[in-house]
Each structure stands twice: as C-alpha cells, then as structure tokens.
Design a protein around this ligand. Structure first.
Ligand code: SF4
Ligand code: SF4
Length: 116
C-alpha cells in the first residue's frame, strides 16, 4: 500500500494490508532492511499480524488508512500496486470496487482524447 505522502487510493483502502495472517512475508530483504522496521511490528518471517491485519496498518479499512512503517515496509508491500490483480482481489473481499492500474487509466485517457 502507499503512505500518507501519496495521493493514492490506498489512503482510503488498506485492504491488501488486512488480507491474510500470512502476509506480508519477507522475501529477499537483507537483514539490515528488516532491522530498520520497528521490532514491535515484526514477527519471525514477516510483519506481525493481528488476525488478518498487519500490525503496522493504522486507521479504518475502506475509510482512512496509513502504513506506520511506510519508508521501511517490506518488498512485497512495495510491489503491490493499486489496480493490480492482488489489489483487486483484496478490495473485493472488503466490498470495494475494482481499480484500474495507473497505466490502464492513462490508456483510457488517451482513448477519450482521440475520440472527442
Ligand atoms: S488493496 Fe490496492 S488500493 Fe488498497 S491499499 Fe492495497 S494496493 Fe492500495
Ligand atoms: S507493512 Fe505497511 S504496507 Fe505492508 S502490509 Fe503492513 S501496513 Fe500494509
């Protein structure tokens, strides 16, 4: 998910951060990168979850959310982009509408301009 500095749909979502007790896991992070995440949020092989929800997620899903460790978040969190398959699967679980990826929405804008 994105953080407070991004004008992003993630700020009113948080679905992918609350999708599974087994997510997010650490993947190829170096020990130094993991060490930068405050210990209270870290479990053995990934972020500590409370139920299905990452302990670093702040706020109310579908209304207003933020990642408390945004600058040092795991690689899988950086990889998850609004509108990708995983994003829309998570949003669907919480009854939120699907999003288009940024690239797809730019293509739509071009089509609109051409047909006007
Ligand atoms: S599910 Fe999508 S929109 Fe929601 S926080 Fe994750 S990446 Fe952002
Ligand atoms: S570390 Fe941040 S971006 Fe990753 S799942 Fe937790 S709250 Fe979401």
């Amino acid at each position: 998910m994105a953080g407070l500095q991004d004008p992003s749909p993630c700020q009113s979502c948080g679905a992918c951060c609350s999708f599974s007790a087994d997510w997010p896991r650490f993947t190829l992070e170096e020990d130094a990168a993991i060490a930068r995440i405050p210990e209270a949020f870290v479990a053995r092989s990934g972020m500590r979850c409370i139920g299905d929800r990452c302990s670093a997620l702040q706020g109310k899903i579908g209304e207003s959310t933020a990642c408390q460790v945004y600058d040092v978040r795991p690689d899988v969190c950086r990889a998850c982009q609004p509108g990708d398959e995983e994003c829309n699967m998570a949003r669907q679980r919480f009854g939120m509408p699907e999003l288009e990826t940024e690239a797809a929405s730019k293509r739509t804008s071009v089509v609109i301009k051409v047909t006007k």
